[in-house]
Design a protein around this ligand. Structure first.
Ligand code: M6R
Length: 607
C-alpha cells in the first residue's frame, strides 16, 4: 500500500521524485507529496488525488529550477488512505519544525504516542498515524543527536513501517527504517564513486528503480539507520539489480491490464520453463523428501490469490488425493486455526507483501508447519520467510486488477498437484503424459484471438446496465466464476457475484429476472450436463444469459464460443481470458480508470 521514493544527489529532485512516484502510483493514488532539503531549506509539496495534481501544485508555486537542482535530499510518497481521509493535510510528507517524513504501513500505538506528545505541547495537524513519528523524532532530538533520536523513535513504534526521514539537523543524510513493509536502497555503480558519491535511491518497490540503479539492498525487518551519498558500500547484502524498463511499459496497449492479459500466453511458457517438458515434470525448488513431509495441506491467500487457492484445492485433491483446506488470510489469523504439525502450509501471493497473508504465514511457521510460498516477487517478505518457495514468474504486474498473476498461480498449482500425484503414486505414466500435453495446450489457449476480442468489445455494450451479474460455474470453474466477478466489480464498479452453478437454486435465483445478467461457464469436459440444467433453471426465470462454452447452446441470449479443447484445463484458461477481456471492455465503455480503479491499491500491506 502506498509508495515511497527517496533520493540523494545532484539531479533535478522534482523530476526524480515525480518519475519514481509515477512508477509507484498504482499502489495508491489518494494523494501524493514530496519534500526537498537543499541548502538548509526544506520545501514540502502535497496534493490530493493523482500525481498530476502534485505536479500542478509545484508548477503553481512558481519556483526557479535552481530550487530543485544541485546537491540535496528528497523524499516522495503516493498514498492509499488508512488513517485519516484522503485530504491534503493527511498527505505525506508529514512535517515537524525542521524535518519531513514519509511512511508506508500502520503505527498501531499511535494514539498513545499522540497523547504523550500532546501532553508535551505538540500540536498535530493531521488525522494520520504517521504524524506521530516526525514529532516523536523532533522531541527526542531536543536531547539527543539526530541518529540517537531516530533510533529511539523507531524503538517506540509498534506496527508496520517503511520510513524515510530528512531533517535540517543532518542535511546530508536520509534516515530509514523498515518493519513488515518493503523498502530498498539502490545505486547506479557506473555513476557512483565511493569517494565522490553519485546518487542514492530509496524505493518501496523494484518498479521505481528500473533503469536507474544496478545494485540494490533489500532492507530487512528491523533495519534502521541513516545514509549519505557515500554510505552505500557499507551496507550489507548488496545485490545486482537486472530489471529492465521495457517490461514496465504499456508497449502500445491501452492499459497495463490489457497488456498483461495479452502477455499471458508467453508468460505461462516462462512459468513452465524447466518445470514442464515432454520428458516430465520437475520442481527443482522442492527437494526429494519435501513431498514426504506432510499429510495434508492448508492454503491461505487473499483476493485473486485466494481464488487460485480454491482452484488448487480441486486440483490437488483430484490429482494427488491429499486433503486440502483453503483459507482467506484475513480470517485465518484470528480464528484460532487448528494446525497440524504434519500439514503443509501454502501462502499464495502475487506481491509477497500482503499483510494478511504474510502474518498468516508467520503464524503457521511459528506453529512449526512446513511452509511454501507461491509468489511472483523474488526477495519479497513471503519468499524470504517461507521454508520453500515457487516463483510464478509473471513479471511485473502493474494493473491493479490481477490477471497474469492469477494465470501463473493456477499453472504453478497445477504443476504442483501433478507432481504431488506422481510422488504419491496417484498418477501413472499415461496420466503424466496427458497432463503434460494439457499443460502445453493450456498455455496456447490463453492466446488472445483478434475475433474473440472484437466480439467481446461489441458484446460489452449490452452488459452495462441491469441490477447485477452472476458468474456461475462448477468445480474449478466455480473459483473462475468468483475471479470473473471480482474482475468486473474491481474495474467497472458494477455489482457482480460468483456462485457454484448448483447453488443458485438455494437462494440467489430469487434475484433472477431479465435485468440480471448471468455469465455461465459451461465447459464441455467437466460436468457439462449438470451445469446445463442449472443454467436452464435460471433461463426459466428470464435472466439474461451469456454462455461461455465450446458447444452450441441456443437457449442463451449470447454465446462466446471457445475452441473444442480436449481437457477442462484448456477450457479453464481459455475462459479465464474471456472473463478478463469482458471486464476490461465493460469498464472501458463505462469510462472507468482501468489500471487504477477507485479505492484499491496494488499491494495491500496493511491489515
Ligand atoms: O499480492 P497478493 O496476491 O497477495 O494480493 C492479494 C489481493 O489483494 C489481490 O489479489 C487483489 O484481490 C487483486 N486486486 C485482484 O485483482
Amino acid at each position: 500500500m502506498c509508495g515511497i521514493i527517496g533520493y540523494i544527489g545532484n539531479q533535478n529532485k522534482k523530476e526524480t521524485i515525480i518519475n519514481g512516484l509515477r512508477e509507484l502510483e498504482y499502489r495508491g493514488y489518494d494523494s501524493a507529496g514530496m519534500a526537498i532539503l537543499q541548502n538548509d531549506d526544506l520545501k514540502v509539496f502535497r496534493a490530493v488525488g493523482k500525481l498530476t495534481n502534485l505536479e500542478s501544485t509545484i508548477i503553481n508555486a512558481k519556483l526557479h529550477d535552481e530550487v530543485f537542482c544541485g546537491y540535496g535530499l528528497a523524499i516522495g510518497h503516493t498514498r492509499w488512505a488508512t488513517h485519516g481521509s484522503p485530504t491534503e493535510i493527511n498527505a505525506h510528507p508529514h512535517i515537524g519544525t525542521q524535518s519531513a517524513l514519509v511512511h508506508n504501513g500502520i503505527i498501531e500505538n499511535y494514539k498513545e504516542l499522540k497523547q504523550e506528545l500532546e501532553s508535551q505541547g505538540v500540536v498535530f495537524s493531521s488525522q494520520t498515524d504517521t504524524e506521530v513519528i516526525v514529532h516523536l523524532f523532533e522531541s527526542y532530538a531536543k536531547n539527543y543527536t539526530a541518529q540517537e533520536a531516530f533510533s529511539k523513535t523507531i524503538q517506540r513504534l509498534i506496527g508496520s513501517y517503511a520510513i524515510l526521514l530528512i531533517t535540517k539537523l543532518e542535511p546530508n543524510k536520509i534516515f530509514y527504517a523498515k518493519q513488515h513493509s518493503p523498502l530498498m536502497i539502490g545505486v547506479c555503480s557506473k555513476q557512483h564513486d565511493e569517494h565522490k558519491g553519485g546518487a542514492i535511491f530509496f524505493a518501496s518497490s523494484d518498479a521505481a528503480l528500473i533503469g536507474l540503479v544496478d545494485k540494490v539492498v533489500y532492507l530487512q525487518d528491523g533495519n534502521c539507520g541513516e545514509i549519505d551519498m557515500y554510505g552505500f558500500q557499507n551496507l550489507h547484502n548488496i545485490q545486482p539489480f537486472y530489471a529492465n524498463k521495457i517490461s514496465a511499459q504499456k508497449e502500445g496497449y491501452r492499459f497495463f491490464m490489457e497488456k498483461e492479459i495479452y502477455e499471458q500466453e508467453s508468460i505461462l511458457l516462462e512459468t513452465m520453463m524447466g518445470r514442464v517438458s515432454e520428458d516430465g515434470i520437475i520442481l527443482d525448488e522442492l527437494d526429494s523428501d519435501f513431498f514426504e513431509r506432510f499429510r495434508s495441506i492448508a492454503i491461505c491467500a487473499c483476493g485473486t490469490s485466494h481464488h487460485s487457492a480454491l482452484v488448487g484445492k480441486y486440483l490437488i485433491e483430484r490429482k494427488a488425493r491429499v486433503r486440502v483446506t483453503t483459507h482467506i488470510a484475513s480470517e485465518f489469523r484470528y480464528a484460532k486455526p487448528v494446525l497440524e504439525k504434519d500439514e503443509l502450509f501454502i501462502a499464495i501471493s502475487q506481491s509477497g507483501e500482503t499483510a494478511d497473508t504474510l502474518q498468516a504465514l508467520k503464524l503457521a511457521k511459528d506453529e512449526g508447519l512446513i511452509t511454501l510460498a507461491i509468489c511472483n516477487v523474488d526477495n519479497s517478505a513471503m519468499v524470504r520467510l517461507a521454508d520453500y518457495s515457487l516463483l510464478t514468474r509473471a513479471g511485473i504486474e502493474k494493473g491493479v486488477a490481477s490477471t497474469k498473476a492469477f494465470a501463473t498461480q493456477v499453472m504453478v498449482l497445477w504443476i504442483f498437484s501433478v507432481l504431488l500425484g506422481i510422488k504419491r503414486k496417484r498418477i501413472n505414466e499415461i496420466g503424466i503424459k496427458s497432463e503434460i500435453k494439457a499443460m502445453l495446450n493450456a498455455q496456447k489457449a490463453t492466446k488472445v484471438q483478434a475475433q474473440i476480442h472484437d466480439k467481446i468489445k461489441r458484446l460489452s455494450r449490452r452488459y452495462l446496465h441491469g441490477h447485477g451479474f452472476f458468474f456461475i460455474g462448477r468445480d474449478i470453474f466455480y473459483p473462475l466464476a468468483l475471479e470473473g466477478a471480482l474482475k468486473l466489480k474491481e474495474i467497472s464498479y458494477l455489482h457482480a457475484e460468483g456462485y457454484p452453478s448448483g447453488e443458485m437454486k438455494h437462494g440467489p435465483i430469487a434475484l433472477a429476472d431479465s435485468e440480471l445478467f448471468t455469465l455461465a461457464l459451461m465447459p464441455k469436459n467437466l460436468l457439462y450436463n449438470k451445469n446445463k440444467s442449472n443454467v436452464e433453471e435460471i433461463i426459466a426465470r428470464d435472466s439474461t444469459i451469456c454462455a461461455i462454452t465450446p458447444l452450441d447452446f441456443d437457449l442463451a441470449d449470447d454465446v462466446v464460443k471457445i475452441p473444442n479443447y480436449q481437457s477442462y484445463m484448456e477450457e479453464f484458461f481459455a475462459m479465464m481470458v474471456i472473463l478478463q477481456l469482458l471486464a476490461l471492455e465493460i469498464a472501458v465503455r463505462l469510462n472507468r480508470d482501468v489500471d487504477m480503479p477507485r479505492n484499491l491499491a496494488k499491494s495491500v500491506t496493511v491489515e
